[in-house]
Design a binder for this molecule. Structure first.
Ligand code: BG6
Length: 409
């Protein structure tokens, strides 16, 4: 049986935003429906302007009805939402964080959550540090007999230098074990299955290398446009929104060496090792090995897609990419010379997330001049969208057509 988590308060910064409504609350609901939330638990939504707990809870409920990934059981939803409390705090007003700390102290006494606090930053990236600094200043990140955790969304910095700066600023406020740099792709069943497929089956690992693999394609195509996320997306773009997080997670799971143990540190080290072997390209190489695009007005099935530049909060002359594709190589013994093609974009014709591994062709064309002379390639396709599954494509003989006389015998 799964262990129940510790009692805690789940404190959401950005409680009125798109991410909270579209993904965080439906995920909390799924935990509640699976009886996986602690018995003593409360959701605290940090809001900027006066918004009552009741208003917040109504708004989250509406979000749940719209975005739930399973039918909503009213009793479960009621139990979850009756614990929602709104608290006003703004990092530009330090006193509001002192007041928030006192409110949380009182709430956790009333709810019996024992001082464990999980701060979820569902905010624009510019707010990550100001909020963390206020949490640090008020002592809310200190672990005195209770745990304190911080979940950070992406993008984590805008380049290597800013990511490093953010990392070291956070580590001055708390310890590494308190920081969770979240990537929701790791929660997907098929993604979790990649390691099992590779390392729990003897048949794949011997051919999982440059001797047998021709190339690997990692594709995350989306049908949805940018929608209401114009201001976040226009400052971020397809590359930063998807590649160094989701696509690199998929890439590292497919290419890493087997970890010595199945634990967080061992898996993380092997992932870091393979990512550090990605060949650094010169500016010129990077330009010729990548493509950027931006969607225009169009139609997908019955849905009209509006020009990206007309999206609310997008600059009318924006050159932010909504599509990015790139080719990279990994400089190690297993992968030298194998190209990896990564691509992702919005407002495309299908929603498709897949890793396609193409194996090298059979060494000589034994079937030349026969019905099977045009052999298709061997692909192993791991997909999470539109359906979850793993598919192996290989050639077999086409069944011979029988003549009438033979068939009637
Ligand atoms: C998010 C991106 O991290 O992932 C979104 O910010 C994107 O732009 C989403 O739509 C895709 O996730 P999924 O699970 O739908 O593939």
């Amino acid at each position: 049986m799964q262990k129940k988590p510790d009692p805690c308060s789940f404190i959401i910064f950005g409680a009125t935003g798109d991410l909270t409504h579209r993904l965080v609350v439906p995920a909390l609901y799924n935990l509640a429906a699976g009886n996986l939330l602690p018995d003593k638990f409360c959701v605290v939504g940090i809001v900027r302007k006066g918004m009552s707990s009741e208003q917040l809870s109504d708004s989250l409920m509406q979000g749940l009805r719209k975005f739930a990934t399973r039918p909503v059981d009213e009793a479960v939803a009621k139990r979850l939402f009756e614990c929602v409390t709104s608290v006003e705090a703004d990092p530009r007003d330090p006193a509001s964080f002192d007041a928030m700390n006192e409110r949380l102290d009182k709430l956790e006494k009333a709810r019996g959550t024992g001082g464990n606090r999980l701060f979820y930053l569902a905010t624009p990236p510019s707010a990550f540090l100001p909020i963390s600094e206020q949490l640090g200043r008020t002592g809310m990140l200190e672990e005195n007999g209770a745990w304190r955790r911080l979940i950070i969304e992406k993008p984590f910095g805008t380049d290597l230098a800013s990511a490093r700066a953010l990392n070291s600023a956070l580590l001055k406020l708390m310890d590494e074990h308190q920081i969770y740099r979240i990537d929701h792709y790791l929660g997907k069943e098929t993604v979790q299955n990649i390691l099992v497929l590779r390392f729990a089956n003897g048949m794949f690992e011997p051919i999982w290398n440059r001797n047998h693999i021709d190339h690997i394609q990692i594709t995350v195509d989306e049908k949805l446009g940018v929608g209401h996320r114009g201001s976040f997306y226009d400052a971020t773009g397809a590359l930063r929104d998807m590649v160094p997080n989701h696509l690199f997670q998929l890439l590292s799971l497919v290419t890493m060496e087997p970890p010595a143990r199945f634990d967080a540190h061992a898996v993380r080290s092997e992932k870091a090792e393979v990512l550090s072997a990605i060949q650094i390209q010169s500016e010129q190489e990077a330009l010729s090995n990548s493509v950027r695009g931006q969607y225009r007005t169009g139609r997908i099935g019955d849905t009209e897609i509006e020009d990206y530049l007309k999206t609310p909060d997008v600059r009318p002359d924006s050159s932010t990419e909504t599509y990015a594709a790139l080719k990279l190589t990994i400089d190690n013994w297993r992968w030298a010379g194998v190209p990896f093609y990564l691509r992702t974009g919005k407002a495309l014709t299908t929603k498709r997330t897949e890793i396609a591994i193409k194996f090298k062709q059979a060494p000589f064309a034994m079937f030349r001049d026969t019905a099977v002379d045009r052999l298709s390639q061997n692909y192993l396709v791991i997909s999470t969208e539109p359906t979850e599954g793993i598919e192996l494509q290989f050639n077999t003989k086409v069944r011979a057509r029988r003549s009438t006389s033979t068939a009637s015998r």
